[in-house]
Design a protein around this ligand. Structure first.
Ligand SMILES: Cc1cc2nc3c(=O)[nH]c(=O)nc-3n(C[C@H](O)[C@H](O)[C@H](O)COP(=O)(O)O)c2cc1C
Length: 222
């Protein structure tokens, strides 16, 4: 039986994954890859900040003037990938009638988070998030910053109170990751759970077996 994710069963088939300039572009890349592998239609756009992070963190040769984001994915996955220019506010994710069931901003910079919280809609990334909020659709933002200032915390609280899922890129270590890819998958698995999308990428926690008694436990019992 498939594990319960606690998420609604009406998993979206068409999603927008928006990349902004927070650290952790690996999360955004992996999320799009998994969604495409699942056969879903994925709309992608990236801020200039995201393109900078792509160059610094992933070493990927993305031309800031003409970024070829589709080339980041294997050819066999590209059929359901729709890449949009950041300025293309006429693209599908800008419209509530385009049938996009969920929007994920991953990673979400503090700048983009602030602009979403205040309804700026000044580019396709922010507009897609704004549309998800106004339509009452799932919006997940994946911020990454530390430490967090009161401004950051207030913006996150404002979004959470609107029903936005604020899912910080905070990997857990209880599944004993062996590689960076395992750490990335922990966060991506949490995002997929919130979208109600089944996935095999993280081993689910189970009740631990009782551990043998230690000399310390015996002392305590005396
Ligand atoms: C390598 C790199 C890492 C960054 N990491 C973060 C980060 O973790 N969180 C954050 O909020 N901003 C981070 N920034 C700064 C944002 O990219 C910057 O504030 C940018 O203006 C955000 O623009 P955007 O919201 O349009 O993407 C980083 C920038 C670079 C180049």
């Amino acid at each position: 039986m498939a594990p319960e994710t606690g998420a609604p069963s009406d998993a979206p088939q068409r999603l927008a994954v928006m990349w902004s300039g927070g650290s952790g572009i690996a999360y955004g890349l992996r999320l799009v890859e998994i969604l495409l592998q699942s056969g879903r239609e994925v709309h992608v756009s990236a801020t200039d900040g995201a393109l900078r992070v792509l160059r610094h963190e992933a070493g990927l040769p993305v031309d800031p003037q003409q970024p070829d984001l589709a080339a980041l994915f294997p050819a066999e996955l590209r059929a359901n990938l729709r890449v949009h220019a950041l300025a293309a506010v006429e693209a599908a994710p800008s419209s509530g009638s385009a049938g996009i069931g969920a929007v994920v901003v991953c990673p979400c910079s503090m700048g983009t988070l602030a602009r979403i919280a205040h309804g700026f809609s000044s580019n396709l990334v922010e507009r897609a998030a704004d549309v998800a909020i106004k339509e009452g659709r799932r919006l997940v933002v994946v911020p990454r910053e530390t430490p967090l200032s009161p401004i950051h915390l207030q913006n996150m609280l404002d979004l959470a109170r609107l029903g936005v899922v604020v899912l910080p890129a905070m990997p857990g270590f209880y599944h004993r990751p062996q590689t960076v890819a395992d750490v990335v998958d922990f966060v991506v698995g949490k995002i997929l759970d919130r979208l109600g999308i089944e996935h095999p990428i993280v081993r689910r926690w189970q009740t631990p077996k009782p551990t043998p008694k230690t000399p310390y436990d015996e002392d305590e019992e005396r």
